[in-house]
Design a binder for this molecule. Structure first.
Ligand SMILES: C[S@@+](CC[C@H](N)C(=O)[O-])C[C@H]1O[C@@H](n2cnc3c(N)ncnc32)[C@H](O)[C@@H]1O
Length: 265
C-alpha cells in the first residue's frame, strides 16, 4: 500500500498555534518529515517551528529545495525533483509529512508539490491539514479585526505594484499586503500620500521569538526587513457602494414590509 503525503500547516511561528491534528501527525515516529528550504545552506523556518515546539524529527527527514526565483524553468525543475523524491517515499509505503510555515493552502510551496505529484500519479494520496496563517496571527497579535460586518478584505502580494495596491485601497476595507520586502519604501510613500499610515501596521516573523510589530509604519522608511513580513492596512475612508443584502443594510422589500407592519399597528 502506498503512503500518504500530508501538507502539515504549522502556523506562522508560535508552536502553540500548531493544531492538534498537525501535532498528532508530527508525533508519529513512522513517517518521513520533509520541509522546504530556499537554499540547501539555509535553515527551514517550518522545521524550526516544530523543533521549538519540542517535537523531534523522525529518523528520516529531508529538506526539499524550493528556490526563490522567477525563472519558470528552474522552478519547474525543482518542483519535479521534490515531487519525485516524495513519490519514491510514498511508493515504499511511507507516509510523508511536508512541513509548512503558516497555512498549507495560503501561498505555500505545498501547493506546487501536491500539484506536480498529482501530475506524476493521479492516484496519489494527499491530505492537507489546515492551519493558522500569518495574517490571522498578525491581526490577533495586534488585536485588530481583519474584518467586521460587511467589510471587504483583499490579500495581495505587494509585487503587483503600487498602482495595483492603490486601486485596491478604494475597493477594500482591509488590505493584507504580503511579500512587502522589495516594495516597502514605495508602499510607505503611497500610504503617506493616501493618509493611511496611521491605519497601517507592520508585522515581521509573527509568533516567532524574533517577532517585530511596528505601529509607526513610516519609521520603517529605508529599513531592511525580513521576507517573512506583511502590512495590514485598514482604510476607514473607503467609499462603500450600496449593499444588496448584508448585516447593515435592509433590502427595499424588507423596508417596505417594516413600513407596512408599522402602518398596520
Ligand atoms: C510564501 S508566503 C507564505 C504564507 C504562509 N503560508 C501563510 O499561511 O501565511 C510568504 C509571505 O507570507 C507572509 N508571512 C509568512 N509568515 C509570516 C510571519 N510569520 N510573519 C509575518 N508575515 C509572514 C509574508 O508576507 C511573506 O512574504
Amino acid at each position: 500500500m502506498t503512503g500518504t503525503l500530508y501538507g502539515v500547516s504549522l502556523g506562522p511561528g508560535d508552536p502553540g498555534l500548531i493544531t492538534r491534528r498537525a501535532w498528532a501527525l508530527l508525533e508519529r515516529r513512522d513517517s518521513v518529515w520533509t520541509y522546504p528550504v530556499r537554499s540547501l545552506r539555509k535553515d527551514s523556518y517550518a522545521l524550526d517551528i516544530a523543533l521549538r515546539g519540542g517535537l523531534e524529527p523522525p529518523a528520516q527527514h529531508q529538506a526539499l529545495l524550493f528556490p526563490m526565483t522567477h525563472d519558470v524553468e528552474k522552478l519547474a525543475r525543482h518542483w519535479l525533483k521534490a515531487a519525485e523524491t516524495v513519490r519514491a517515499l510514498l511508493a515504499r509505503g511511507q507516509d510523508v509529512l511536508f512541513l509548512v510555515e503558516g497555512d498549507a493552502s495560503t501561498y505555500a510551496s505545498f501547493g506546487y508539490l501536491a500539484r506536480v505529484l498529482r501530475e506524476l500519479d493521479a492516484n496519489a494520496r494527499i491530505e492537507v491539514v489546515a492551519g493558522v496563517n500569518s495574517f490571522n496571527a498578525a491581526c490577533a497579535r495586534l488585536q485588530m479585526p481583519l474584518s467586521e460586518q460587511d467589510d471587504t478584505i483583499a490579500i495581495v502580494p505587494a509585487a503587483y505594484g503600487i498602482a495595483a495596491v492603490e486601486k485596491m485601497l478604494d475597493d477594500f476595507d482591509t488590505l493584507v499586503l504580503m511579500k512587502v520586502k522589495p516594495l516597502l519604501d514605495d508602499l510607505i510613500d503611497l500610504l503617506a500620500r493616501r493618509g493611511l499610515l496611521a491605519h497601517s501596521r507592520f508585522v515581521e516573523k509573527a509568533g516567532s521569538p524574533v517577532e517585530r510589530v511596528v505601529l509607526d509604519v513610516g519609521s520603517l522608511k529605508g529599513a531592511t526587513v525580513n521576507y517573512l513580513s506583511l502590512l495590514l492596512v485598514r482604510n476607514p475612508l473607503r467609499q462603500r457602494g450600496e449593499l444588496q443584502r448584508g448585516c447593515r443594510k435592509k433590502t427595499s422589500t424588507e423596508l417596505e414590509e417594516e413600513q407596512q407592519e408599522s402602518e398596520a399597528l
